[in-house]
Design a protein around this ligand. Structure first.
Ligand SMILES: Nc1ncnc2c1ncn2[C@@H]1O[C@H](COP(=O)(O)OP(=O)(O)OP(=O)(O)O)[C@@H](O)[C@H]1O
Ligand SMILES: [Mg+2]
Length: 379
């Protein structure tokens, strides 16, 4: 869909302030089967979360989200990764209160979501949030157009405006011409596009996608990732995206969170996780990553050098893979540029040192205990 016209100016890319927090999740716990366990009557901050979760497990409870804290910034794609059962879906459901958190705080635009009444919540979900699930969740008896129109019909949007919006998002996901088809007549990838169009139709500010592409074969999956990035380029939603697939995460994430046993093990930019994994679990995810493709000039700068006049210049976002042959020719280093100014110098040595990344979790031997990184609860 790259380059396709979408036609409405307000759907085009706008300048956004990425430092602004859209959604904030603080110390969120979800415990399934917790009826008999009054864990939160006393001050939980007094107990170490991992130890408290272990005690809950011993008692037969299921702590699916354990003291999870992170922020989603305006316009960013925030990816949640982790093995099956690590609590990804639980956390995302807590964010929209499809699952009621047992403890903690979720703030949307600074407002406490957990204090909203059922009626207010329905309004927020209908108007501000979009959700895409792995299982598509389409209505089998409705055709493509009516599936996409459904949430707008529920909103009570006037028919002409509704139809205009439905046509626009159907075009956006590349399904024009198939409006009359029923889900059973569509491929998995096409059904998922209907799911994406349906959630986009409400023009959500916050978009939750729980493994939206996992049912698709690798080729279609990659194509869907490209289209997803293309859509995001134009719409600039604040997105929480769950995936099992580290390479998928690397392609799309601005920042990501790795979960294990309900806990957030590390939050950071993809390059941070690769270069400085918090523990062996994170390091294992990143093990097979083609580093030269993922790392950019900005990630491998030599901090001891300043750019000099006459130095060759390259964009700070160029991949190390593309930089290597240039470095072979320019031994003195290359200035990495952003917004017309040099942000640092890349040399062959700085690339090698980044690739060798002297992190204890990369080397063989004992690893220290995992510590949550990134957006932790305020100290
Ligand atoms: N309704 C429920 N009742 C009891 N336990 C649940 C419920 N939903 C989830 N769990 C448990 O909570 C834990 C986290 O589940 P969750 O679905 O959040 O994992 P996930 O990371 O999304 O896994 P997957 O990658 O397989 O989708 C698991 O141990 C799961 O069995
Ligand atoms: Mg899940």
């Amino acid at each position: 869909m790259t380059g396709r016209e979408v036609g409405r100016p307000d759907m085009d890319a706008r300048p956004i302030d990425r430092s602004q927090v859209k959604l904030s999740c603080r110390d969120v716990w979800k415990i399934y089967r917790d009826e008999a366990a009054p864990y939160f009557r006393t001050d939980v901050s007094a107990s170490e979360p991992g130890a408290l979760a272990a005690r809950m497990r011993t008692d037969g409870a299921i702590p699916a989200a354990v003291d999870v804290s992170f922020d989603v910034h305006v316009g960013e794609i925030f990816v949640i990764m982790g093995l099956s059962g690590s609590g990804k879906s639980t956390v995302v459901r807590c964010l929209s209160r499809l699952v009621e958190p047992t403890h903690g705080e979720v703030r949307l635009d600074g407002e406490d979501l957990l204090r909203k009444s059922d009626r207010e919540l329905i309004e927020i979900r209908r108007h501000k949030m979009g959700m895409v699930f792995q299982s598509f969740g389409l209505m089998p008896h409705l055709n493509v157009f009516d599936n996409v129109a459904l949430p707008l019909t529920l909103q009570g949007l006037p028919v002409p405006e509704r139809n205009e919006r439905v046509s626009r998002v159907i075009q956006l996901v590349g399904l024009e011409g198939r409006e009359g088809a029923f889900p059973r007549q569509l491929s998995g990838g096409q059904q998922q596009r209907v799911g994406i169009a349906r959630s986009l139709a409400v023009e959500p500010e916050l978009w939750f996608l729980d493994e939206p592409f996992s049912a698709l074969d690798p080729l279609i999956r990659r194509q869907m990732q490209d289209e997803f990035l293309d859509i995001q380029q134009r719409l600039r939603k604040s997105i929480v995206f769950i995936t099992h697939d580290f390479l998928e995460a690397l392609r799309i994430a601005d920042r990501m969170m790795i979960m294990r046993d309900g806990m957030a093990v590390q939050v950071g930019a993809p390059a941070e996780l690769i270069l400085d994994p918090a523990d062996d679990y994170v390091a294992e995810f990143t093990e097979d990553v083609p580093m030269v493709r993922v790392l950019k000039a900005a990630d491998v700068i030599d901090p001891s050098q300043a750019a000099r006049d006459g130095m060759p210049r390259e964009d700070a976002d160029i991949s190390v893979e593309k930089l290597l042959p240039l470095l072979a020719r320019h031994r003195g280093g290359i200035a990495a540029m952003r917004g017309g100014a040099p942000i640092g110098v890349v040399t062959a040595a700085s690339v090698i040192s980044a690739l060798a990344h002297e992190n204890p979790h990369r080397a063989a031997g004992d690893a220290p205990q995992a510590q949550p990184r990134g957006d932790g609860p305020p100290a």
